[in-house]
Design a protein around this ligand. Structure first.
Ligand code: IPE
Ligand code: IPE
Ligand code: MG
Length: 246
């Protein structure tokens, strides 16, 4: 089926966020180490980024490493950090020629120095690019992010910079690591797991969820188109009733 042809380009989501899951199981199924799956996952990132650009999506957020992922075996954590550095170095020319701006969300100060340096250089190089924003969630978790926001806001209240009565939705959003990024209309999780795993809990207040069984290294263009098409078939009511939406 040609999913792309059925997509209404005027109604594509502005922001799609993806929990890229299933690399380890994909590798195991073929008798390889988990890192083999992570390596192949990079190819899916490349393809999904290109497909997102073709659809006119402006923000693509990819959950690449959670604060809980530090608890994995050291060999896997080291391999993932190494893969991050290598992938950014390999892709930087392509990001420039495709006009992709690289962003990060999460506690990137907690990443190894080599990752921070590579990310910083790529973000500076791509900062004027406009076609699509690629936000990598690295050392990210919503609970970390919300705790951090709460600390910043309470410091401002204590110092008198703001009054408690001024705290509202917008102010909270502005103290999250996603500041300036619109909330995702669509959140996709691959590999058949039906949970958020500490991802965008605040921002997902009105997101549409799409779960599919495909393991991340097998997730390709058509899978993204299928998800967007599914999203377009839904009615987003934001607490109202159908009749009010027209
Ligand atoms: C997702 O794949 C990538 C990361 C979390 C870094 P997994 O590594 O979680 O793969 P599974 O879920 O174990 O198959
Ligand atoms: C979520 O996947 C984190 C990323 C995709 C980076 P996990 O594989 O770590 O999530 P759980 O542990 O199965 O919930
Ligand atoms: Mg997983």
């Amino acid at each position: 089926m040609d999913y792309l042809a059925q997509i209404d380009k005027k109604k594509t989501p502005v922001h799609v966020a993806i929990i890229m899951d299933g690399n380890g199981r994909w590798a195991k199924k073929q008798g390889h180490e988990r890192l083999y799956g992570h390596n192949f996952g990079v190819e899916s990132v490349r393809e999904v980024l290109k497909a997102s650009t073709d659809l006119g999506i402006k923000y693509l957020t990819l959950y690449a490493f959670s604060t809980e992922n530090w608890n994995r075996p050291k060999e896997e954590v080291d391999g993932l950090m190494d893969l991050l550095v290598r992938s950014i170095a390999n892709e930087i020319e392509e990001l420039m020629s495709s006009d992709v701006r690289l962003l990060t969300i999460g506690d990137t100060d907690g990443l190894p120095g080599s990752c921070q340096a590579e990310l910083k250089s790529a973000m500076t190089k791509t900062e004027k690019n406009k076609t699509i924003n690629l936000a990598l969630a690295l050392n990210y978790s919503s609970r970390w992010e919300m705790t951090n926001a709460l600390k910043q806001i309470s410091r401002k209240v204590s110092s008198g910079e703001i009054k408690e009565a001024e705290i509202n939705d917008q102010m909270i959003s502005d103290h999250l690591t996603t500041k300036g990024i619109p909330d995702p209309e669509l959140i996709i999780r691959t590999s058949g797991e039906h949970r958020l795993s500490n991802f965008l809990l605040w921002q997902a207040a009105y997101s549409e969820f799409y779960f599919c069984d495909v393991l991340w290294p097998d997730f390709k263009r058509e899978d993204l188109f299928k998800a967007v098409l599914d999203y377009q078939s839904r009615e987003r009511r934001f607490g109202m009733v159908s009749e009010q939406l027209t």
